[in-house]
Design a protein around this ligand. Structure first.
Ligand code: ZN
Length: 108
């Protein structure tokens, strides 16, 4: 199993590792946040932001300030804080940044 560390949530990831080990999962690998410094994806993250709770509408035409916000968030690895995103699209976007050449299914 591989867990990814984000700057702001490092303690949560360490605690999760402790619990997983107590449950018998011994093969835990820690890796750095896959989207940290991926500022070239700022526009993509800005467009999948939910703009109104209760509405399926996404932020399809983000303002330049919103894109700069995403650039800063990615540069500082402020994952898990701030805007709410479309979860499926967020997962797809993060997945596209996972390190290549690792057999994630083999790391159960
Ligand atoms: Zn992060």
């Amino acid at each position: 199993m591989r867990l990814f560390f984000c700057n702001q949530e490092k303690e949560i990831t360490l605690k999760a590792s402790e619990y997983l080990r107590k449950w018998g999962i011994r093969n835990i690998t820690h890796s750095p946040c896959p989207i940290k410094e991926k500022t070239d994806s700022a526009l993509n993250f800005a467009t999948i932001r939910i703009i109104r709770p209760g509405s399926p509408d996404l932020n399809v035409n983000p303002l330049s300030a919103e894109i700069r916000f995403e650039e800063k968030r990615l540069r500082e690895c402020r994952c898990g804080k701030g805007p709410v995103y479309d979860g499926f699209r967020y997962a797809e976007l993060v997945r596209s940044h996972l390190p290549q050449g690792i057999d994630y299914l083999a790391e159960k």
